[in-house]
Design a protein around this ligand. Structure first.
Ligand code: ACM
Ligand code: ZN
Length: 524
């Protein structure tokens, strides 16, 4: 019989808090659950403890495999038992829970029982359970009732400026799933590097994935389609959906380097070797440019089974379009006129996004774009990702479009300093302490007042990698700030408490250590 094993990475919560009376002092879980009612007594795990999963086959296999790879390896029970067992039970619905991702976790001295209306709910119950077990393999008797505040709990990685190897992407998925993050936005194309294999356009990776860095060395990397499938499957085992981003129509110098005819002038160029915004962009005057995007989309869509596809849309300088006969002809043909709100070129950007939306709708996908997609008029079904403050998210919700909040100024850009810049590794600038990240509320009061808050689907933190030269620095910037993001994404506002978060984070550090994460330790 396999031994029930407990790695050092698992939970120290009870010892820290075993004699306390209130929930706040007794649970050391991140994100803090909706409600917890704990009593005296404990369930003791031992090497006889069994696992019983009652769920549809696909979820049953996923959960059994996940638990087998966790610090606990529980033998499956051969029949339903009630003593010394951890039970995961999928039910039609749970009273008092509205989200399909919610769960109820009941601990008695005889058993741990997690009930949920979906595999994801059971998975989140398992995460709470794993964080509740202490180093004596006990967890307190009581009931945790829990569900997320937001359906979209995201993090974005940027392998374009600095590449992130497959194994490290998986590591981040592993770690973030512990904290109930459910969406991985993968920024796969940009001026400084094209990072996804497209079989019909081999030069995208042969040429577009490589740049000559300042010191004269070649820098490159890309994911094969097989690697992408592997990562998407790995994410799905952790109930994380992967949203790919294909930048349009700006931020595409790497693709234009491979296929110069994609730009207005068609001049030869190279992937950008400095950071910042590139003036050479794609030419929406040319029908072949749309054919290219259609072909790329056709290869990307089957790799990403989720509903959403991110089409970029940010920071597209329009000067080349102003001077391009093909773009101007398109503006004329489509009747895109300058008015007091938008220039003709802004409307041309909107034309590109609307074509992307139609192109993706044929594949059953919905688009997300950065908040510039509001300029020139929003596509009919688009979801806006608000990054230049909250204004884009608010404008989107007021137009009855969904939005995801990721405003840099409110602490959602984790490429900033989080300590004294004299001793921190170089960053793009700005200063975002853990407490600032934690204090962000993704739902602006104005939207609540106007009854439009339901359009805020969630929140995301972005890890732009210009100054994340390697994955150690990336992790240093991500953690522990991503744990604060997890709590603002999951926990109801009235349950948030920074002082208590600071106490609970000690338990989380043990977990980060277990995954060998190079996290930042906040300075006093
Ligand atoms: C962005 O930071 N350009 C979305
Ligand atoms: Zn053009």
């Amino acid at each position: 019989m396999r031994k029930l094993t407990l790695l050092a990475s698992v939970a120290v919560s009870l010892l820290l808090a075993g004699c306390a009376k209130e929930q706040k002092e007794t649970l050391s879980v991140i994100p803090v659950p909706l409600s917890a009612d704990l009593q005296k007594g404990a369930f003791q795990l031992n090497d006889q403890t069994k696992l019983w999963i009652d769920a549809p086959q696909e979820d049953k296999t996923r959960l059994a495999d996940y638990i087998a790879g966790s610090p606990f390896q529980l033998d499956a029970a051969l029949e339903e038992v009630v003593d010394n067992v951890v039970i995961l039970q999928q039910v039609d619905r749970l009273p008092d829970i509205t989200s399909s991702e919610g769960y109820v976790l009941e601990v008695t001295p005889k058993q741990v029982k997690i009930r949920a209306a979906s595999g994801a709910g059971l998975f989140y119950g398992v995460q709470t359970f794993l964080q509740m077990v202490n180093e004596k393999k006990e967890l307190p008797v009581g009931t945790v009732t829990d569900e997320p505040r937001f359906a979209y709990r995201g993090m974005m990685l940027d392998p374009c400026r600095h590449f992130i190897p497959v194994e490290n992407v998986k590591k981040q998925l592993d770690v973030l799933s512990l904290f109930k993050i459910n969406t991985f936005h993968w920024h796969l194309t940009d001026d400084q590097g094209w990072r996804i294999e497209i079989k019909k356009y081999p030069k995208l990776t042969e040429i577009g994935s490589k740049r000559i860095d300042g010191e004269g060395t070649e820098y490159g990397g890309f994911y094969t389609q097989e690697e992408i499938k592997d990562i998407v499957a790995y994410a799905a085992e952790r109930f994380i959906t992967v949203i790919p981003e294909l930048e349009t129509p700006g931020h595409e110098l790497a693709a234009i380097s491979a296929y110069p005819e994609l730009s207005c002038k068609g001049q030869p160029t190279t992937p950008r070797i400095i950071w910042g915004v590139e003036d050479i962009v794609m030419c929406p005057g040319k029908e072949d440019m749309f054919k290219f995007l259609e072909d790329v989309v056709e290869e990307m869509v089957p790799l990403f089974p989720g509903t959403y596809f991110h089409i970029g849309g940010d920071e597209c300088p329009k000067s080349s379009w102003k001077n391009c006969p093909a773009c101007q002809a398109r503006i004329k043909a489509e009747g895109l006129k300058t008015d007091k709100n938008h220039t003709a070129e802004e409307r041309l950007q909107s034309y590109v996004i609307q074509r992307m939306e139609k192109m993706l709708a044929k594949h059953g996908k919905k688009i997300i774009g950065w908040d510039e997609i509001l300029e020139g008029g929003l596509s009919p079904e688009a979801t806006v990702m608000s990054w230049r403050g909250e204004a884009g998210g608010i404008a989107s919700a007021l137009q009855d479009h969904d939005a995801i909040m990721t405003p840099g100024g409110n602490g959602m850009y984790l490429d900033t300093f989080q300590g004294d810049s004299k001793i921190e590794p170089v960053s793009i600038g700005g200063y975002t302490l853990l407490e600032k990240v934690y204090s962000y509320n993704p739902v602006p009061d104005t939207l609540v007042t106007l009854g439009k808050d339901k359009h805020i689907k969630g929140v995301q933190a972005n890890h732009w990698s210009e100054y994340m030269y390697n994955t150690d620095i990336m992790e240093y910037r991500m953690y522990p700030r991503m744990l604060a993001v997890s709590e603002i994404a999951w926990t109801p506002l009235d349950k948030k408490d920074y002082k208590d978060f600071e106490r609970r984070i000690n338990n989380a550090y043990v977990r980060l250590d277990g995954h060998d994460v190079n996290y930042h330790i906040p300075q006093p």
